[in-house]
Design a protein around this ligand. Structure first.
Ligand code: GUN
Length: 295
């Protein structure tokens, strides 16, 4: 029997990150700067509302100058562009976040590209993505950045390891692949990225020393897809109906957790794994933007 798997509590990592941020925030405050984060939410997508409320609560708790702009579903693209322009020009705002998805009548890419790259704390602007690909300093998308912090905290070796990432999204799969192949302490991995058009996905995932599941499908990674002793990072946050819960649903990851538990050497739980890291890294990016404003 393999040893008991290590559970990678992102929640604990996020607390350590926030404790470190407090020190940097105090230094900024001594120089008369309060990190300013503006979050824009258009419409009433339930999951987005939950995320934005959590971002609001956590940034306020760290003493940010935080502001959530809640706009009606019918807000026009021109109005949203105007608002972003206003935030770009507001010296009290160091970070701008436009919550995705946006309503269909708004071109998300156009909105992302209208954000000043110096305030792009989501790391979605082509300037941020380009800097990441080139290995230059910049804002890195929060979920991939958070995964790297979990890897750092638990001292998981990546150099020379085979990392298989399931999912090619602009928010997770693509930036994470770039981070992990970087010539850096938490990189130097051999990276395979598989997606919906990959035949025999299990063939690839079974080769992985580290599997990152970002498919957006509940329990997509089954035990037969995982090599004995692999490290499994589960990015999924899927709502599945559960009448035994008061709110009517529960959260499950992209990994069949119970089934793979007996095979893996380490795994992130859902909830309490990757999830809490996303907001922690957003806060971290905002502190970095505030620090950069002094340069
Ligand atoms: N929607 C899902 N994840 C994210 C995120 O990290 N940032 C924003 N702005 N929207 C999202």
């Amino acid at each position: 029997m393999p040893n008991k798997p290590q559970i990678l509590f992102g929640k604990d990592v996020s607390l350590a990150i926030k404790a470190d941020l407090k020190i940097r925030i105090a230094k900024l405050e001594a120089q008369g700067i309060k990190p300013g984060l503006a979050a824009v939410l258009v419409g009433e997508d339930p999951a987005s509302q939950v995320y934005v409320r959590s971002k609001e609560r956590q940034s306020a708790k760290l003493g940010f100058n935080s502001n959530v702009l809640r706009l009606a579903m019918e807000t026009s693209q021109a109005e949203l562009l105007q608002l972003v322009s206003q935030l770009n020009n507001d010296d009290l705002v160091h970070g701008i976040l436009v919550q995705l998805p946006l309503p269909d009548h708004i071109d998300s890419q156009l909105i992302i590209e209208s954000i000043n790259p110096d305030k792009d704390v989501d790391g979605f602007h082509p300037v941020s993505v380009g800097r990441l690909v080139l290995g230059l300093d910049g804002f890195v998308s929060c979920t991939p950045a958070g995964i790297l912090e979990i890897i750092r905290f638990y001292n998981i070796k990546t150099s020379g390891k085979h990392v298989v990432i399931v999912g090619r999204s602009n928010i997770v799969g693509k930036p994470l692949a770039n981070l992990m192949l970087q010539k850096s302490e938490l990189g130097n991995a051999t990276v395979t990225l598989v997606h919906t058009r990959t035949p025999d996905m299990g063939y690839h995932t079974r080769q992985a020393d580290i599997i990152v599941a970002a498919a957006g499908v509940p329990k997509f990674i089954t035990a037969d897809m995982v090599k004995e002793g692999a490290v499994v990072i589960d990015v999924g946050i899927n709502r599945v109906d559960d009448s035994t819960r008061e709110r009517g649903y529960r959260l499950v990851g992209d990994v069949d957790y119970e089934a793979v538990l007996g095979k893996v050497s380490a795994i992130t739980p859902v909830p309490g794994g990757v999830g809490p890291m996303t907001i922690a890294m957003l806060l971290s990016n905002t502190v970095k933007a505030a620090e950069n404003s002094l340069k």
